[in-house]
Design a binder for this molecule. Structure first.
Ligand SMILES: [Zn+2]
Ligand SMILES: [Zn+2]
Length: 349
């Protein structure tokens, strides 16, 4: 089917209108009209080829909310008119041990990215949600629960599940002490979700001027990481720290904050961190871990949890043609806390 998106044709080109074809739906596919798409930091890295493997023309976008407009004959879970969502992956092998455990994000054959992946049948390169339509197999479609604001929910599909999954894996809940480093798209969701789970949440920030924001999001406290006295007093005070910082940074100051068997989970930065001393790791039996998004079952659980607790990202709605400006603002951390594209602003002409 013919559709329209916003693509970049090289790492230096701005995103611009781009007509293209979505594949014909297969028997287990749904076709969705995209209503909203969140703007993730990965979109920016992908468009600029920061990881070195972007295939151009590239259409970013993996926080996708829309409506089913067509279904293949074998589709059982969805019908035309349903409000649905798609996150960071659109396929996986479906038979390895990880897929059978509902951990498709860890598929042994690699999951198929919503953009930057390759269709398992046609081998064509996948194009993301900065577009009017998407064709996806039903196993990778999420149901939007009643009561969740469609216009604000899109960032849950990446920022939400990326922080929800480690909070669940490391059992955040009443009585647990959770720290969140970085207060951007991921960090602000980590605070809201951990607080929603009943944990005692502290935002770790380099400056004290985030205190009001942290409390507004549901944190009980702000710990200023440049305040040596405060950091020393907070030693052994955390069971879990979610590190959402998206650039190379120093983990050493944070390690003494973890209690015995405490874990710092990196979800923001993909790449090297600064040189790290193993002393606090060994002496305190502390851990550093990483975590990528979450499986489809867990993503649905997260959406249902957010609907039940009325947890939504703080969004700034933009038109599709404002995306290049939005990218520039994201590079300066000038967004609270996530841009969402209103896809009605992209007209098929
Ligand atoms: Zn993302
Ligand atoms: Zn698999």
């Amino acid at each position: 089917m013919k559709t329209l998106g916003y693509a970049c044709t090289s790492a230096h080109a701005p995103l611009a209108p781009f007509s293209f074809e979505r594949r014909a739906p297969r028997a287990n596919d749904i076709v969705m009209e995209i209503l909203y798409c969140g703007v993730c930091h990965s979109d920016l890295h992908w468009a600029r080829n920061d990881w070195g493997w972007t295939v151009f023309p590239a259409i970013p976008g993996h926080e996708i909310v829309g409506r089913v407009i067509e279904i293949g004959p074998d589709v059982a879970k969805y019908k035309i008119g349903d409000y649905v969502a798609v996150g960071c992956m659109v396929d996986s092998c479906q038979h390895c041990d990880q897929c059978r455990k509902d951990e498709e994000q860890l598929c042994r054959e690699g999951n198929t990215g919503t953009y930057g992946g390759f269709d398992r049948f046609t081998k064509e390169h996948t194009l993301g949600g900065y577009s009017k339509h998407l064709v996806v197999r039903e196993e990778f479609v999420l149901r939007m629960p009643d009561g969740l604001d469609l216009a604000k929910a899109a960032p849950l599909l990446c920022a939400g599940i990326t922080t929800y999954s480690p909070l669940k894996t490391w059992k955040a809940g009443p009585g647990s002490r959770v720290g969140v480093i970085g207060l951007g798209g991921l960090g602000h969701m980590a605070v809201k979700l951990a607080a929603g789970m009943g944990a005692h949440v502290t935002v770790l920030s380099r400056s004290p001027d985030k205190a009001e924001d942290a409390r507004a999001l549901g944190a009980a406290a702000l710990l200023v990481s440049t305040d040596d006295d405060a950091m020393a007093k907070a030693a052994n005070g955390f069971d879990l720290i979610i590190d959402t910082v998206p650039v190379k940074h120093d983990l050493n100051p944070y390690m003494p904050l973890l209690d015995v068997d405490g874990t710092l989970v990196i979800v923001g930065q993909i790449g090297p961190v600064a040189e790290l001393s193993t002393v606090p790791l060994i002496l305190g039996r502390r851990r550093i871990a990483g975590s990528p998004i979450g499986g489809i079952r867990e993503t649905q659980e997260m959406l249902d949890f957010c609907a039940e607790k009325n947890i939504l990202p703080d969004c700034e709605m933009i038109r599709m043609d404002e995306i290049n400006e939005a990218f520039e603002r994201m590079e300066k951390s000038d967004v609270r806390y996530r841009f969402v594209i209103d896809m009605a602003s992209l007209q098929v002409g």
